[in-house]
Design a protein around this ligand. Structure first.
Ligand SMILES: [Zn+2]
Length: 281
């Protein structure tokens, strides 16, 4: 397997980093994890075959993970995709894609299909909504998802909490394991997804020294793992290699701090990814 980290930033703008998107090459297949801002451009930079990429796994429905949904569906169709894109995501994924295609971009699609279309009929997505514990199998790979904590202990209403499903993924292929935290903080489900993984891709938003305000402390505790816990997650799960992502526009000094913090808790190999990095699993 080969992991390509195409978007290593978060929701905040960063001229060096796009929002979340990672591609896992398994044989001649390309599994995509999240499709945040800038994903298509990074896919082009890697010269990946846009028409045949997929399936697409969505960790959760924040804009930095799904911002290029519509652009991906339309551009990959223009670039030759003739089969619906298989998408696996949390509850709500199908409704979002439906609205994008039928209400937001119906004029765009109508323009390209009116009369003699160079692209043939529009092919959208074949969406399966998934919950924790479900397993998806493809040719030579098997993916299992877990429901992880990403803000669930914030003072949300019960209804919202139930609707807010965030997933981590564990992929087994070629005798190896790749795991992806999605956006999460330390929790039993995340450790289970990453258990003994050959390569674990973990969100790590900020350096511990930046967590000064009550708000930022809350972010690190409830919403996104930061450098005070990312290494602990990797150590608890006994992962063999740790790749960090989802940074909040870090300076070089902050990246050095993040690495030092994480190494206090985790003794295996640690990499701080940047867009377009490649890691063999
Ligand atoms: Zn995010």
């Amino acid at each position: 397997m080969k992991l390509m980290t195409l978007g290593t930033g978060g929701p905040r703008l960063d001229p060096e980093r796009n929002s979340s998107c990672h591609v896992l090459e398994v044989g001649d297949q390309y599994l995509i994890f999240d499709i945040g801002r800038g994903a298509i451009q990074r896919i082009a930079q890697k010269a990946l075959p846009l028409a045949t990429l997929g399936p697409l796994f969505i960790s959760h429905l924040h804009v930095d993970h799904i911002g290029e949904f519509a652009n991906y569906l339309i551009t990959s169709w223009i670039e030759g995709r003739r089969m619906p894109l298989k998408v696996y995501g949390p509850p709500g994924t199908a409704a979002i894609i439906d609205i994008l295609i039928k209400a937001v971009y119906d004029r765009d699609i109508g323009f390209r299909t009116e009369g003699e279309s160079a692209f043939g009929p529009f092919v959208g997505a074949d969406v399966t909504e998934i919950r924790g514990g479900e397993v998806i199998e493809g040719e030579g790979w098997r993916a299992r998802c877990e429901e992880v904590e990403h803000g669930h202990k914030l003072p949300f209403g019960e209804l919202f909490r139930q609707r807010w499903v965030c997933l981590a993924f564990r992929v087994e292929a070629e005798g190896k394991v790749f795991s992806y935290s999605g956006d999460a903080v330390m929790c039993e489900e995340l450790v289970r997804a990453a258990r003994n993984s050959d390569l674990h891709l973990q969100c790590c938003y900020m350096a511990a020294s930046s967590l000064k305000s009550a708000h930022m402390k809350g972010v690190a505790q409830y919403t996104l793992a930061c450098s005070d816990t990312a290494g602990k997650i990797a150590a608890n799960a006994e992962v063999k290699r740790l790749v960090l992502t989802h940074f909040k526009r870090p300076t070089q000094a902050e990246l050095a701090e993040i690495e030092a913090d994480v190494r206090l808790d985790y003794s295996g190999p640690v990499h701080l990814s940047i867009d377009l990095d490649e890691y063999h699993v």
